[in-house]
Ligand binder design. Structure first.
Ligand code: NAI
Ligand code: MG
Length: 806
């Protein structure tokens, strides 16, 4: 009697370990040694060049795994290349059957996979059993559907080709599924590199591929660490590289793959805000914190690691949170009543400790449960355990509040007004996710729209589904995984596979000082006036004080154009930033402006055509056709402005997920010389139709087509700062734009070298880039010069999850 009362009081549990016999038998069957999986078979692991797969809860070595070198990577890429031909030629239905078979096989082995993942990674069995593995199966089922529907849903698209995929250790099998399923659905083949701390579940998946009868070479696996990953990333047999991991490595991969023509998607770190308004359901929010930062030991890229709590409820919130922390159970991952398991490896524990100690030195206040401390340390010796932790008294600029800790450590700050909450939330170089707690729909949605993050959970956190896109803003990376938006990462417009190289653009003539006597505004004999730049809705003199001659098709000077420089781009970006009301307008309102622009351009069609003919030397008929096509293109995007909108999904009962295309805000655009008016309009119109503001370098040799637009823009109610035009050397200006931290995306159409430069220099703030790799595009062709491809690049999907009726 006494005993029961005391148990009810202490809520002590007996041990409830999951049986690991099946996994032990599997390891024994492989004699504790694994090779790579290439062309449908396991390679034989040698004696040398292996690394241990370790259970972080005990320090036990579970198996020895071959570490891949260049030769292994070569063999895997070769196998994937061979398999691509027949795999991509299968019907969608045939590929779908394979994906269904993989999903079924995952479900069949669900318990085995959950135990294996828990042993190798340290995460609690409750999570692998109820979250990781079911989501893996769901991912393959969902993408079986995309395989079936590819040709109907993505007409004119082809699979990109052989994909290199590099995954982290925090959700090993789930990250595999996020990458492999859409690739296979699209018709691509894969070489995957698993993470060195957690190689085992990918090996089990390789076996599943064999059991399920996946054709050899469609999925290949190379084990190893950073060096193996680097060898894969550098392989020139890849058409696409997909990476999830640290921002640091993401940046390295951005630079390395620049100019190779490889399509790249990066899913990187985060420091996601968890905003609690004073009208939140506090008890629900407390459970939310548990799922936000103590789920998966806090080793979650989208962990809600920065609590931002409204002052009036902060004390109450912290008190309840501390009480809840007391009841969290840290311990044996295989035990079914464990909440927090082991951190993945000793190096990760050390990193967490170092960041916590630095926080203490800064004067932040650390709270851990009463049961943490020496006793806890002794009890968990030999394993990588860290108690749930809360920091208060954190200043927003401190490393604690800015850097990813990737452990079970929450930092908490307070705010007074909603505006302050958003400012704090967005005060981060990251932008992966956000969690917002308020019972007031108005407050919650207002914050959801204003927070700069790819995934927003209202009154919920860490929800995932295969149909809902996942991916970041800012330095959290670019590209989406999951849903329709995620499929585009593995597809390419079919015509681009056969695109021809663009003719080289001659260098610009040397700049000369602007002659103020005869310069801007004046009309010297035989010359038109020197054209200025267009910044913030006003014509501006180039900062350099230099201009360059614009020649006609026979090499005679028509006029001089401003030689824009770094300062001009900065001013243009500043003006674009200020024009934020454009992004908040409705699509309908933006459409009206675009229609008006089309009308006003049409009124001056003859004048524009004459100018194009004189600059480029094309026949009058062709020049007239270019103006006509430009007018049509404006009308096309006016029509699209209020129709390229979001989707609503219902991924779970009582849960809606909105997929909202949001503008990048400021896009830097570099235009080619070809079709100087049409290419300019084809790039600028979709960008502004979607609510972006742009800084554009027009054709460097034929800039006048764009400069003649200044007046048309003025008379068409395009607000100042929405379109900013800086003439000059295309590649010099593109370099400034690629490096600019307030530009979120760069589009570049020019040379192969210029494309490489833009990609490499964008690595600073990891802006999204869209470059032509020196390939030509037929701007007159409606399939190449306009359409969804442009709108896709002009927006990024924000997924907003919101529960109802709970
Ligand atoms: P990492 O970024 O080094 O590892 C991720 C993957 O990239 C692994 O498969 C690794 O082998 C591979 N890799 C490493 N260097 C590479 C290179 N030069 N080229 C190609 N592949 C390479 O992350 P790590 O060292 O495991 O963890 C360090 C920190 O990164 C963590 O503390 C955490 O802050 C962050 N991280 C973030 C993740 C996320 O999901 N956003 C996942 C893992 C780590
Ligand atoms: Mg391990």
């Amino acid at each position: 009697m006494n005993k029961i009362v005391s148990i009810l009081d202490s809520m002590e549990y007996g041990p409830a370990p999951e049986d690991d016999a099946a996994v032990r038998a599997w390891l024994a069957r492989h004699k504790g040694r694994f090779g790579h999986f290439v062309a449908g078979a396991f390679t034989r692991p040698g004696k040398a060049n292996t690394f241990p797969a370790v259970n972080p809860a005990t320090g036990e070595t579970l198996a020895e795994v071959a570490e891949g070198g260049e030769k292994d990577v070569d063999a895997a890429v070769e196998a994937a290349t061979k398999a691509f031909k027949s795999w991509s030629a299968l019907t969608g239905t045939a590929r779908a059957r394979h994906l269904y078979a993989l999903a079924r096989q995952v479900q069949k082995h669900a318990r085995f996979l959950a135990v294996l993942e828990t042993l190798d990674n340290g995460k609690p069995i409750r999570e692998t059993r109820d979250i990781d593995v079911p989501l893996v199966a769901r991912h393959f089922y969902h993408h079986a559907g995309w395989a079936e529907l590819r040709d109907q849903e993505f007409p004119g698209h082809a699979p990109v080709g052989v994909c290199g995929q590099i995954i982290p250790w925090n959700f090993p099998l789930l990250m595999l599924a996020w990458k492999v399923a859409p690739a296979l659905a699209a018709g691509c083949t894969v070489v995957l590199k698993s993470a060195e701390h957690t190689p085992l579940s990918a090996l089990a998946f390789a076996e599943i591929c064999r059991e399920a009868g996946l054709p050899a070479g469609v999925f290949n696996l190379v084990n190893g660490g950073g060096a193996t990953g680097a060898a894969l990333a550098a392989h020139d047999g890849l058409a696409k590289l997909a990476f999830t991991g640290s921002t640091e490595v993401g940046r390295v991969l951005r630079r390395q793959s620049a100019g190779t023509g490889k399509k790249l998607s990066l899913e990187l770190g985060g420091k996601s805000p968890f905003i609690v308004f004073d009208n939140a359901d506090l008890d629900a929010a407390i459970e939310g914190v548990v799922d936000a930062i103590w789920f998966n030991q806090g080793e979650v890229c989208c962990a809600g690691s920065r609590a931002i709590v409204q002052e009036g409820v902060a004390d109450k919130f912290h008190a309840r949170l501390k009480a809840r922390m007391e009841t969290l159970r840290v311990g044996a991952p295989l035990d079914k009543s464990t909440d927090i398991g082991a951190v993945v490896a000793p190096v990760q524990i050390e990193q967490i400790r170092a960041r916590v100690e630095a926080g203490l030195r800064e004067g932040a206040v650390l709270h851990q449960p009463s049961w943490a401390g020496e006793h806890f340390d002794r009890a968990t010796q030999g394993g990588c355990f860290f108690p749930p932790s809360l920091f208060t008294g954190v200043s927003p600029a401190s490393p604690l509040a800015q850097e990813e800790i990737f452990g079970p450590v929450l930092v908490s700050m307070t705010f007074r007004t909603p505006g302050e909450a958003i400012a704090l939330a967005n005060n981060s170089r990251y932008g992966l996710a956000a969690s917002i707690w308020s019972q007031n729909l108005d407050t919650a949605f207002d914050a959801a729209r204003k927070v700069k993050a790819g995934v927003v959970w209202i009154n919920s956190t860490n929800m995932f589904d295969a149909a809902v896109g996942f991916g970041g803003y800012k330095e959290s990376g670019f590209g989406r995984e999951g849903g329709r938006e995620g499929m585009f990462e593995y597809l390419t417009p079919a015509w681009q596979k056969k695109a021809r190289p663009l003719p080289e653009s001659a260098p610009l003539a040397a700049p000369v000082p602007v002659d103020d006597e005869t310069g801007p505004g004046a009309s010297p004999a035989g010359l038109d006036r020197t054209v200025k730049l267009y910044v913030g809705g006003k014509q501006a003199r180039p900062d350099s004080g230099y201009s360059y001659p614009v020649l006609d098709s026979r090499g005679r000077i028509i006029t001089e154009a401003g030689h824009g420089n770094r300062k001009d781009i900065r001013n243009a970006v500043e003006a674009a930033r200020k024009a934020e009301s454009w992004s908040a307008m409705t699509g309908h309102a933006r459409a009206q402006v675009l229609y008006f622009l089309a009308e006003n351009l049409e009124l001056r069609a003859a004048e524009f055509a004459a100018r194009i003919a004189r600059m480029t030397g094309v026949a009058a008929k062709k020049a007239a056709a270019e103006v006509e096509a430009s007018v049509a293109r404006l009308i096309h995007y006016a029509a699209r402005a209020d129709k390229y909108d979001g989707r609503v999904r219902a991924p779970q009962p009582r849960m809606l997920a909105l997929a909202l295309p949001e503008p990048y805000e400021v896009i830097g655009i570099s235009c080619p010389d070809e079709a100087p008016l049409l290419a300019f309009v084809s790039l600028v119109a979709p960008a502004i139709a979607m609510g972006n503001r742009v800084v554009v370098t027009p054709s460097q040799h034929h800039p006048l087509a764009a400069c003649d637009l200044y007046q048309v823009l003025d008379t068409s109610d395009v607000p100042g700062g929405v379109v900013n035009i800086v003439t000059g050397d295309r590649d010099q200006l593109a370099s400034v734009m690629a490096k600019h931290d307030d530009i979120a995306a760069c589009w570049y159409v020019g040379s192969a070298e210029g494309s490489a430069m833009v990609e490499a220099e964008s690595a600073g703030n990891l802006k999204a880039t869209w470059v032509n790799n020196g390939k030509a595009r037929d701007w007159f062709d409606a399939g190449q010069g306009q359409g969804e491809e442009f709108l896709f690049h002009a927006t990024r999907i924000k997924s907003i999850w919101t529960p109802f009726g709970v």
